[in-house]
Every structure is written in C-alpha cells, then in structure tokens.
Design a protein around this ligand. Structure first.
Ligand code: PEP
Ligand code: MN
Length: 356
C-alpha cells in the first residue's frame, strides 16, 4: 500500500501518518518513505490487507492511498496460475471440459422434468439444471416445488446420469440440499451480495461446488469479494455471468462479456455464461452463448423446456430444438479456442458421449 500525502502536509503530516500506522501495528521498519520536492510518499511493505484504506484516505493531510496487491489474492492467477478444476460425479470436470448446463428454469412436474432432462442429455448436456426454489419478482406467481422439486431432481439424476445444479435461496434449506446430495449449489443473482448467506454456505462441512451468479447490479470487484467469502471455506467456486440491467428495456439483461474475458485472464475460478437470463430472448440465446465461449467462458448454462410455450417460468428465453444445434457449435468454438488437435477433440467427444 502507498500513501501519498498532500503537498501541504509537511513533516508534521508525515509524522502523523507514521504514528497512525504504528497504532495499526505497522512499525517504522516496515515503511519506505520517499520525500520528493513536493510530495511525501509512504510505502508499506508486507501484508497491508488488514489496514483500512478509507481511514487513511479520510486523513486531511493525505492526498490518496493506493493498494498495490490484489485484494482477492487467493483468487488471482498471480499467486495461483493454474485453473481451478471442479470434478463432478460423472467424471465431467468444470474448468477443463466444456460445461453444458441445461434444463428447465423451474421444475414444474415429474413429466416436464424427465422429458426435458432426457432431451438435454441426449443432445449433449453434461450437467442438468432445474430450479426447485424460484426467486420470482411477483410473489404470487409460481414459486417452484420446493423440496418436492429437489426430490424429483435427485430421481432424474439417476435416470439420465447427469449431475444436477439447483438454486439455494435460504440458509435454512442447507439440510435439504445435503439430504438430496445436490451436486452444485447455485447462488442466484439476487443473493450474490447476501453476506450472511454466503458465510453460512462457506461453513458447510464437506461442501459441494457453488455456482455464484453475478447480480445485475454487482461489479466485478463485488463478485470477487463474494467469491472470496465462499472460497475461504469452499475452494470449489464457479462464477457465472448473467448480464446487467441497462436503460434499454428491449432486453431483460445485457451480458457483460468484458467480465468473462477479464475474469479468465486474471483469476483462476471457472466462468460460466448464462445467455438465457443474460438476454431473456430465445432467438439471442445461442448467439450470445457462442460469444461467451469466444470470450473465454468454460461453459454455458441455458434454460431448455420440452414445451416452452407451456413453461410456468421463463418460457420466452427457453430453448427447445435449438439446444440440439447449439451443442456442436459450442464444442467447435471451445475446441478451436483451446487449440485442441483433431485426435484430442475426438477423444473429448468420446468422453462426453460416455458421460451421457
Ligand atoms: C436461475 O438461473 O434460475 C435464476 C433465477 O437466475 P438469476 O439468479 O440469474 O436470475
Ligand atoms: Mn429462469
């Protein structure tokens, strides 16, 4: 951390900063002081992560304060260059293999879930999604089947052989997610900054991987802060980009693909793109999914319904037969991006086929 004093601070300002630092546990030996013609700079060596930047910024003889090291150090590639890999029960590995997460927005009935699950499994999904607890804007609309939905999800997992992901909205439901052995616990956009909830999830013993969705009002730094809270207790964190709200009302959300590229370059957690909530419009889902993969995403999460016109939730953005053509396109982009040779590419499709 570097503290730049105001030109008017003089020697007394410098001494005050040094004495504040001493009170905060930073002795004189850890400081490097540079005195220029106009400004004094105080450099703090070693771990300054516990120092409150705002407190120093608030001193009236301080001009500005810079943090040098990444506050999300543990997530940064500078200290952990390798990708985080999330291994699932079917051998699929998020962060290594192309992840295609597909299924209905909400679990509505046994028939709807089984038909949709069979359809996405046949078409090449390697993870099945399905919401049992739905965070709906209008509380009188369908809220999901709750525990009955998780029960169906656990059953369909056996039938189609795919690991499952479902959203957990409340820490009180942790025992249910444990009992039904949900493979990936989704934290939705609305709970992305719910710190007490994140802390409760990070303290679950033998935790399952968590898919953390960036809220439409959440900055990348806030997302990383949320991910770091989880990471302290659970290193299996997967990030998900699902768009920003913008002034333009044409689309539900606008995917922020800058985030995808930025996160993949600088941080080691896997990143999934959700073009269903990221657009809200079926006809854009495949195109924006491909754009997400081109930007560096490790996979896609898309909503699929065997009868989107009858969906109780998000039918307008749910794919049907379009999903079948999306998977080979996605594999082509992923393989081209990963620079895989033809032989390895063939091996991947055999692996994907056996996983199904
Ligand atoms: C979902 O994926 O089911 C969902 C509710 O998404 P989001 O949290 O991104 O709105
Ligand atoms: Mn949805």
């Amino acid at each position: 951390m570097i503290i730049q004093l105001k030109a008017s601070a003089g020697k007394s300002g410098l001494e005050k900063v040094v004495s504040h630092l001493a009170k905060d546990g930073v002795p004189r030996q850890r400081l490097d002081i540079f005195s220029g013609d106009t400004y004094n700079l105080v450099g703090i060596k070693g771990d300054a992560s516990k120092l409150d930047l705002g407190k120093y910024q608030a001193l009236d003889y301080v001009f500005t304060v810079h943090r040098i090291s990444d506050p999300f150090k543990e997530l940064s590639r500078q200290f952990h260059p390798d990708d985080t890999l999330v291994e699932l029960r079917n051998g699929h590995c998020v962060g290594r293999d192309l992840s295609i997460i597909a299924g209905p927005c909400a679990i509505e009935s046994r028939e709807q879930l089984f038909k949709t699950a069979e359809m996405v499994a046949r078409a090449g999904a390697n993870i099945l999604r399905g919401g049992a607890f739905k965070p709906r804007t209008i509380h009188r609309s369908f809220q999901g089947l709750g525990e009955d939905g998780l029960k169906l999800l656990a059953e369909v997992r056996e039938a189609v052989g795919l690991p499952v992901v479902s959203e957990i909205m409340d820490a009180r439901d942790i025992p249910l997610f444990v009992d039904y052995d949900i493979d990936i616990w989704q934290v939705g956009a609305r709970n992305c900054l719910n710190y007490t909830f994140l802390d409760a999830l990070s303290q679950v013993p033998n935790p399952k991987p968590i898919l953390l969705k960036r809220g439409d009002h959440v900055s990348v730094s806030e997302l990383l802060g949320a991910a770091l809270r989880l990471y302290e207790g659970n290193q299996q964190v997967i990030l998900c980009e699902r768009g920003d709200k913008t002034a333009d009302k044409v689309h539900r959300n606008v995917l922020n693909l800058n985030n995808v590229s930025y996160l993949k370059h600088h941080y080691h957690l896997p990143v999934i793109v959700d073009p269903s909530h990221g657009t809200g419009v079926r006809e854009l889902v495949v195109d924006l999914g491909m754009a997400g993969l081109a930007a560096g995403a490790d996979g896609l999460m898309v909503e699929v319904h065997y009868q989107p016109e009858h969906a109780l939730c998000d039918g307008a953005q749910s794919l049907n037969h379009e999903f079948g053509s999306m998977v080979p396109l996605a594999s082509t982009i992923f393989q081209a991006r990963s620079g895989l040779g033809a032989a390895q590419a063939a091996e991947c499709s055999v692996l994907a086929a056996t996983a199904r």
